[in-house]
Design a protein around this ligand. Structure first.
Ligand code: HEM
Length: 383
């Protein structure tokens, strides 16, 4: 039997079961939050009614004060979206290559070996953050030393806690400009050079478009991956039997990764704008207002997932939508899955993981509180 899960994991349960929608305020904005699995999935596919063509307004809270450009390809609808997405897709598919997989496995092996030699390790800053940053240099094909700069930015590239930080946002943009200048002067095989050479509708990308792609690449895969790594390590410290199961059955790593992604759901929700007045389960959404697609609630929908509060590492089928669904499904999912699978594989070689201290990171809104990763997590990795 699993231990009872954290009470903050599925704060939407009551509203989901009762109404399927939560009419609430998030960061001062009135929103209709769609909660049921099938409803979230079909809304994610219905871009005519629920549009992503809304600069700064796809993330919740919105990001007008955190960046100066529209993020691409996420803040567009088809048909533009398809052509934009094609530009960066080859980079996001790099984690399917054999050599690439080996390099991530090697990176994780090094970090785990190093951490296990220490008395204890603070996972968020001294393990997850460098791992995410160094792995991203592989994805973007830039020198690994760039990760030293990125580590200095902290867990989110332009947020501090739950709030956007305009100064951090400006610092990120200035770094991205430098990289794009360098790539234009001296192009190579890296992500920034690919942007500087790319074409959209038969013309070169504008600098704002290049920045928009780069901004999302740095922001989208940051805290999400860091929370996934920390929460995975915390889970293994709380469930010592899981290490043994993963060791005995290496294939379990695949289903375990999906189940942890479902349970952690590192992005609670993402917004869409309704171009015309829309009725969402009886809630009237005025034209130009936003709704939320709540991936986290959908992933705990008891009509789809048997005992959703339980982590079952061998859960199958597991149609979770932690990486979104439909048009905008996550481009970084291949990278994120590779990191968590490789981490589970390497950690399963350990005797045990002992948790020493933790401070959970909590999303606090007027109508709900939800745990999302850790501010601090200190463990011993015992060989
Ligand atoms: C566990 C880690 C991650 C989670 C849970 C996650 C989640 C998501 C979700 C839910 C979406 C759908 C957005 C929507 O429908 O509006 C999305 C899209 C996206 N993600 Fe991720 N993501 C993760 C990691 C990453 C990484 C590592 C990167 C890049 C390095 C990344 C880049 C993107 C991009 C570019 C899109 C937009 C795709 C499009 O618009 O076609 N993500 N992600």
């Amino acid at each position: 039997m699993e231990k009872p899960s954290c009470p903050y994991h599925d704060p939407f349960k009551e509203a989901r079961q009762k109404d399927g929608v939560l009419e609430t305020e998030i960061a001062g904005e009135k929103l209709a939050v769609i909660l049921g699995f099938k409803d979230v999935r079909s809304a994610a596919r219905d871009y005519g009614t629920f549009s992503s063509d809304a600069p700064f307004r796809v993330p919740i809270p919105s990001e007008e004060n955190a960046r100066s450009v529209r993020q691409l390809p996420i803040e567009t609808d088809p048909p533009q979206h398809k052509e934009y997405r094609k530009i960066v897709e080859p980079y996001f598919r790099r984690p399917l290559q054999k050599d690439y997989i080996a390099s991530i496995e090697q990176l994780i092996a090094e970090l785990v070996e190093e951490a296990s030699k220490r008395d204890s390790i603070e996972v968020v800053s001294d393990f997850a953050l460098p791992l995410q940053s160094r792995a991203l240099t592989y994805l973007l094909n830039v020198p690994e030393s760039e990760a030293d700069i990125w580590v200095g930015w902290g867990v989110h590239v332009f947020r501090e806690g739950n709030d956007n930080d305009p100064e951090k946002g400006a610092a990120l943009e200035s770094y991205l400009h430098q990289q794009l200048d360098r790539a234009e002067e001296n192009p190579g095989d890296d992500f920034f050079s690919a942007l500087s050479k790319a074409e959209y509708q038969g013309r070169a990308l504008t600098r704002d478009e290049m920045l928009g792609f780069a901004n999302l690449t740095f922001a989208g895969g940051r805290d999400t991956v860091i929370h996934s790594i920390s929460s995975t390590i915390a889970y293994l410290s709380e469930h010592p039997e899981a290490l043994g199961s993963l060791r005995e059955d290496p294939k379990l790593v695949i289903t375990a990764t999906e189940e942890l992604m479902r349970y952690i759901s590192p992005i609670t929700q993402i917004g869409r704008v309704c171009p015309v007045t829309t009725d969402v389960h009886g809630v009237k959404v005025p034209a130009g207002s936003r709704i939320s697609l709540n991936w986290a609630s959908a992933n705990f929908d008891e009509t789809i997932f048997d005992s959703p509060e339980e982590v079952r590492l061998d859960r199958k089928p597991n149609p979770h939508i932690a990486f979104g669904n439909g048009t905008h499904n996550c481009l970084g999912a291949i990278q994120a899955r590779l990191i968590i699978r490789s981490l589970l594989k390497k950690l399963s070689e350990l005797k045990s993981i002992t948790k020493i201290s933790e401070e959970r990171s909590i999303e606090k809104e007027p109508d709900y509180e939800r745990v999302l990763g850790y501010k601090e997590l200190t463990v011993n990795l015992n060989r």
